[in-house]
Design a protein around this ligand. Structure first.
Ligand code: NDP
Length: 334
C-alpha cells in the first residue's frame, strides 16, 4: 500500500462532483493500493452542500478514503495536491458573450493555477473538466510557471468515449475491440473525431466503411458521426433534462487512471495537452491529440497521415483555440 494521495475536486457539490467523488474514494481513480485524501473546493454558498456529500462519503466507509477536507479557499484546497480535478466553472448564462464567459472563468482558473503553483506536490497532475475546458487549462497553466506545463490537461476523453460508442453502434462491434480513434482540437462543437486510423479488432475501419472522399459512407461520417459526437451533450440535456454528469465523471476517471497507470500497448486515447507543435498545432495551445501515457506522462502519437478532410477539420478547431487564447490574452488573463 502506497502513501495516501491528495486529490482535490473543485465544484465538488455539483452534478459531476457527485458522480465523481464516490468513484475516487472507492479506488477507481488511482487503484486499489493508493489511499486517498479528498479535498473539496467549493464557492462559499455551496460549501454546505459539499458537506452533505462528505457525510455520504463517510457513510460508504470506503477503506481507501483516509480523510475529507472541505474548503472555499484555493490555497488550502491545493496545498500538497497530487491530482487536481478542476470541475467547477462558470456556466454560460443566457445572453452572455464569449468574452464575459472567458473573463468569468479567468477569475476562477487564474487564481487556482496560482494556488497550484504555490502549494502543489512535485508530481501534481491537473485535469480541467469545467468549460471552456481547453482555455481554462491554458489560463491555469499560465499562472503556474513553476509547474511543468505538461501537468496541465483538459478533458476530451468523454468525446473519445462517445465516439467509441457511436462507432460500435454503427458497425456492431464491441467498444472493447475499437482502438486508435482520435479526438482533435477543442472540447467544443468544432472538435474533430477522427476515424481514419481507427481499427476494429485490428482491421482498419476504412476497410469496412468507405469514408474516403466520395465514398458511400462519407455522408455518414460528415453528417452523422461527427455531429452526433460533437453535439451529444446537447442531446443528453434534451433527453434527461440535465447535462451529462456520470459519463463526464467516468471520463475524468479514465483520463487520470490512464495518465498514472499508462495506456494499454498498441492503443491510444485522446487528451487535450499543451501542444509541442506536433501536427501543426501552435506550441502552447491546450489541444486534443492522439496520446499514449508512458511512465506517468502523456506523449503524442507521432507520424500519422493527416488527409485533406482531417486537416481542414483539425485546422478549424485549432483556429477556435487560437481565437480563445487571443481573447484571454487581450483580457489580460494570461
Ligand atoms: P456540473 O458539475 O454539471 O458541471 C461542471 C462543469 O463541467 C461545467 O463547466 C460543465 O460545462 C463542465 N462539463 C464538461 N464536460 C461536461 C459534460 N460532458 N457534461 C456536463 N458538463 C460538462 O455543474 P454544476 O452546476 O452541477 O456544478 C458546478 C459546481 O461548481 C457548483 O457546485 C458550483 O458551486 C461550483 N463552482 C465551484 C467553483 C470553485 O470551486 N471555485 C467555481 C465555480 C463553480 P458546461 O457548463 O458547458 O455544461
Amino acid at each position: 500500500v502506497h502513501a495516501p494521495a491528495t486529490v482535490t475536486v473543485t465544484g465538488a457539490a455539483g452534478q459531476i462532483g457527485y458522480a465523481l467523488l464516490f468513484r475516487i474514494a472507492s479506488g477507481q481513480l488511482l487503484g486499489p493500493d493508493t489511499p486517498v485524501k479528498l479535498r473539496l473546493l467549493e464557492i462559499p454558498q455551496a460549501v454546505k452542500a459539499a458537506e452533505g456529500t462528505a457525510m455520504e462519503l463517510d457513510d460508504c466507509a470506503f477503506p481507501l478514503l483516509s480523510g475529507i477536507d472541505i474548503t472555499d479557499d484555493a490555497g488550502r484546497a491545493f496545498d500538497g495536491v497530487n491530482v487536481a480535478l478542476l470541475v467547477g466553472a462558470r456556466p454560460r448564462s443566457k445572453g452572455m458573450e464569449r468574452g464575459d464567459l472567458l473573463e468569468a472563468n479567468g477569475g476562477i482558473f487564474g487564481p487556482q493555477g496560482a494556488a497550484i503553483n504555490a502549494g502543489a506536490a512535485d508530481d501534481v497532475r491537473v485535469l480541467v473538466v469545467g468549460n471552456p475546458a481547453n482555455t481554462n487549462a491554458l489560463i491555469a497553466q499560465a499562472h503556474a510557471p513553476d509547474v511543468p506545463a505538461d501537468r496541465f490537461t483538459a478533458m476530451t476523453r468523454l468525446d473519445h468515449n462517445r465516439a467509441l460508442s457511436q462507432l460500435a453502434a454503427k458497425t456492431g462491434a464491441s467498444v472493447a475491440d475499437i482502438s486508435k480513434l482520435t479526438i482533435w482540437g477543442n472540447h467544443s462543437a468544432t472538435q474533430y473525431p477522427d476515424l481514419f486510423h481507427a481499427e476494429i479488432a485490428g482491421t482498419k475501419v476504412t476497410e469496412t466503411l468507405d469514408i474516403s472522399p466520395g465514398g458511400k459512407d462519407q455522408a455518414w461520417l460528415a453528417d452523422e458521426f461527427i455531429p452526433t459526437v460533437a453535439k451529444r451533450g446537447a442531446a443528453i440535456i434534451e433527453a434527461r433534462g440535465a447535462s451529462s454528469a456520470a459519463s463526464a465523471a467516468n471520463a475524468a476517471i479514465d483520463h487520470v487512471h490512464d495518465w498514472v497507470h499508462g495506456t494499454p500497448q498498441g492503443e491510444w486515447t485522446s487528451a487535450a495537452i499543451v501542444s509541442d507543435g506536433s501536427y501543426g498545432v501552435p506550441e502552447g495551445l491546450v489541444s486534443s491529440f492522439p496520446v499514449v501515457a508512458r511512465n506517468g506522462r502523456w506523449e503524442v502519437v507521432q507520424g500519422l497521415d493527416v488527409n485533406e478532410f482531417s486537416r481542414a477539420r483539425i485546422d478549424a478547431s485549432v483556429r477556435e483555440l487560437v481565437e480563445e487564447r487571443d481573447a484571454v490574452k487581450d483580457l489580460g488573463l494570461i
